[in-house]
Write a protein that binds this ligand. Sequence first.
Ligand code: MG
Length: 366
Amino acid sequence: MILKSYAADPLKTLGRQCIETKSTTRNDFQRDRDRIIHSSAFRRLEYKTQVFVNHEGDMFRTRLTHSIEVSQISRGITRTLGCHEDLAETIALAHDLGHTPFGHAGQDALNNCMKVHGGFEHNLQSLRVVDFLERRYASFDGLNLTFESREGILKHCSINNARNLGSIGERFINKKQPSLEAQIVNIADEIAYNNHDVDDGFRSGLLDFKALMQNTLFSRCAKVVNETYSNINDGQKINEVVRRMIHLLIKDVCTQSQKNLDNYQPKSINTVRNLPHLIDFSASIKKEQYELKQFLRHAMYEHPHVAKMTQDAGKTVEKLFTHYIKKPQAIPENFSMNRPADSARMVADYIAGMTDRFAIQAASEL
Ligand code: MG
């Protein structure tokens, strides 16, 4: 792997909040990645979902398999562009750590419950997990990750919250960009979820081949598949189309981003932070990708089956929140340790950390 001058460099990291002796076997980004893999929040991703609730079937993506897919796509793009693969892998594996149970439905419900207490943002929550909520080390709370990993994990943040975050929040106030590795994970996330929503959507019966053919990107790839294979079933066809779409999108990102890099010629990660964002799709593919995203939103997320599940999930989160806000002593001691007992934030942290099935079980026992 040839690293370009604009890549993040573990030897020049802006460092950890708590100074530690360097590892002799791993660079700083690899060490961050390993801390994430060994965290309990990472293990819980296995039982958290995006669209389908965990018990609906074993074939659908979970947050864990999604994070691994994002990591795979990110690593491919970083290698092609000469960026730092370890940092991209770290950010990708951690990017969804702050997600509540039940995907967006859970997040919306928790945000609603927290309205008068400063709200709830899942990106900020991912940072809270690695900065504070994981308690594995004697010398510090959280995982004490490098600035570069934390910068990438905090993808979005409201200006109000950014003001309370010190140096990690500054870029939202000053409208600056994160590292290229962080930008790559961002776009890899989009590639991963649109494509696995097509795949899971088809498998669940919410989407059919004919409906998918209304999409420019999908139908373009499907045309190639139809011309190449005459005798395959719809399931095989979907797989062949999805892998072509992923390939096409990755290739497009690499080509367009390389053009942007050639154009701006950033000499360092710091120059990157002061330029417009450089990792992007070409204009035409961006349009097609957006079309697919809108289609999926309508066909899947607004499907009566998913809408019903969304409603139930929202009610579960509200029920849990109402209960724990009145009875914070019901929160396990090892979680509430050293925190103000009346803190709504503690309740939100506790609920956000739950898996789908844990939340369902806890709500049913109330
Ligand atoms: Mg994601």
